[in-house]
Design a protein around this ligand. Structure first.
Ligand code: TRP
Length: 77
């Protein structure tokens, strides 16, 4: 068993950038919340990701279409 096995929850989220420069930040799980990774997407690029033991939440800056198991929405103004 590798150190990464068992860390992902199985649920995927999909983020599609609707403009250049959309930023997706991964926020740590636990008592402190810090941004541990950021990923920049240009228009049309898609990120498919899972929550893990390290990542409890994500923050998205910019206009993007977001699909999760709770629904679909568009971020940004
Ligand atoms: N460190 C927080 C936690 O594990 C991360 C978090 C989860 C969070 N959900 C959030 C941060 C909602 C802001 C908003 O609980």
């Amino acid at each position: 068993m590798t150190e990464l096995e068992g860390t992902a929850t199985g649920r995927y989220i999909v983020v599609k950038a609707l403009e250049d420069g959309v930023v997706i930040m991964g926020l740590t799980r636990g008592k402190d919340t810090r941004s541990h990774h950021s990923e920049r997407l240009d228009a049309g690029e898609v990120l498919v990701a899972q929550f893990t033991e390290l990542t409890a939440a994500i923050k998205i800056r910019g206009r993007a279409e977001i699909l999760t198991d709770t629904g679909k929405l568009v971020s940004g103004l």
